[in-house]
Write a protein that binds this ligand. Structure first.
Ligand SMILES: Cc1cc2nc3c(=O)[nH]c(=O)nc-3n(C[C@H](O)[C@H](O)[C@H](O)COP(=O)(O)O)c2cc1C
Length: 438
């Protein structure tokens, strides 16, 4: 299959802009948060996007953020299940922690979602860096970084073994004999490792796409090593084309070295403001900026060991309040430093960090399409995760005005080629290990 651009959208309401709830058009909107989430998924599907994506930090964030937050932190898996009933083709990618969830539960929930959605589920496997998340699970401190990846490795091994419990043709449904399953095609995981002992089998049939798609976002040495070997698709975030291109070359090189024939898809974050002209986009940007809450953002950054709370917003960025580049937040810190160096004031820095997971473009549909094409054709990305400031509004501007340009240029699909997330992403279904061994 020829190479194809992939577009996913963040599904969190009311959007990626902290303080989006203050915008008059949001504050006076009578839709419930659930309805706004549903509308966002529908816009994503009408725009033929590959998937909608839900991140998850397993905590409510630093206390300094609480006064400014909306309690819309829906749990990703249940949200995706609800959205599956109002969409037909759109992929649904949910974050699940290898650190705090038992592999059996993860395997069961994700394969259930995959079956219930006709093969549209993806798992964003995270190792959960936040101390505040650890505090919610009764663990005494965050497990050391590289140990988290060792555990992630074993979690994924167990989950995949459980997903292989039933071979494709295990179901025979012989009503006459009362035999539903051919037990020679049902397998226990019988896993005994450093962190887990799991017997299995998992009583769920193979999904229409074989198995859920694995997404990963590691950026440290251990993280990229893990992603290069295991991920079907890789989330990442870079403030400049050059950094993204370097990352893309490195991670696909690592995947090749690991012997992978089907290379992972790399999708950096793209934060955008689209208007009919560059001038209009700038006006919309000014309007959005009025809702921004710098105090929220300063408090939020404490989570990645940057503590600039209490410093004058119109003064310089206090760079000595940034942790030295730790493995813990490797790429994030590098990205924030880059932003800090180009910001005249702390206020400007804080505003620009709302798109820290990615590149930011403010402009006409053509300008945004040009950037996408440049990154895609010049080796920096296979696609993007769209982080609209306000959803569904800004996402809809994108699907209505940028997507048609990408289609005209032959970069993006004009219709879905299949019904599963794997078919959108062009990723083959993995063979069941027992079937393959026959
Ligand atoms: C687009 C994107 C989305 C992410 N979503 C989550 C998330 O939902 N939950 C989470 O705990 N971490 C999330 N992360 C953080 C990564 O899982 C990872 O911890 C981070 O990139 C640092 O990499 P490292 O763990 O290899 O140091 C995300 C990262 C990116 C770039």
């Amino acid at each position: 299959m020829s190479r194809q651009l992939h577009l996913l959208a963040f599904g969190h309401v009311p959007g990626a802009l902290t303080g989006a709830w203050r915008l008059p058009e949001v504050a006076t909107d009578r839709r419930s948060l659930l309805q706004r989430t549903i509308d966002t998924a529908r816009v994503a599907e009408a725009g033929l996007l590959d998937a909608i994506f839900f991140a998850d930090g397993l905590n409510f964030g630093p206390a300094g953020t609480w006064p400014h937050k909306t309690p819309d932190d829906f749990e990703p898996l249940t949200t995706a299940a609800a959205l599956s009933t109002v969409t037909e083709r759109l992929g649904l990618v949910v974050t699940g922690s290898s650190q705090f969830q038992a592999p059996y539960n993860l395997a069961r929930q994700l394969l259930s979602l995959d079956n219930l959605t006709g093969g549209r589920a993806g798992w964003n496997l995270v190792t959960s860096f936040a101390q505040a998340a650890a505090d919610n699970f009764g663990t005494r401190g965050v497990v050391a970084h590289d140990d988290r990846y060792r555990q992630a490795e074993e979690t994924l091994e167990v989950v995949r073994a459980l997903w292989d419990s039933l071979e494709e043709d295990a179901v025979i449904a012989d009503a006459e004999r009362g035999i539903f399953l051919d037990v020679s095609k049902v397998h226990r995981a019988d896993h005994h490792g450093e962190h887990f002992d799991v017997t299995g089998p998992l009583g769920a049939r193979r999904s229409p796409q074989g198995q859920p798609v694995i997404f990963q976002a590691g950026s440290s040495t251990a993280g990229t090593d893990f992603a290069a070997r295991h991920a079907d698709a890789i989330f990442t975030g870079h403030p400049t084309f050059e950094r993204a291109q370097e990352f893309y070359g490195r991670i696909t090189g690592q995947a090749r070295d690991a012997g992978r024939t089907h290379l992972p898809i790399v999708t950096p974050g793209l934060s955008f403001v689209v208007g009919s002209t560059d001038e209009e986009a700038r006006r919309i940007e000014e309007h959005l900026a009025e809702a921004f809450i710098p105090e929220y953002q300063a408090a939020w950054l404490q989570e990645v060991d940057i503590d600039v709370t209490g410093y004058p917003l119109d003064g310089p960025v206090p760079l000595d309040r940034f942790a030295s580049a730790s493995e813990k937040h490797h790429t994030a810190l590098a990205g924030y430093r880059h932003i800090a160096e180009g910001s005249a004031t702390l206020r400007e820095f804080l505003y620009r960090t709302i798109s820290a997971f990615g590149f930011r473009v403010v402009g006409s549909p053509e300008r945004i399409a040009d950037e996408i094409q440049h990154w895609y054709e010049d080796g920096a990305a296979d696609g993007f995760i769209l982080q609209a400031a306000v959803v569904p509004d800004q996402l809809e501007q994108f699907t209505q005005h940028v997507v048609p340009i990408l289609q005209q240029r032959g970069l993006f699909r004009r219709e879905y080629a299949g019904d599963t997330l794997r078919s959108h992403l062009g990723i083959p279904a993995p063979a069941n290990r027992y079937t393959a061994a026959r």
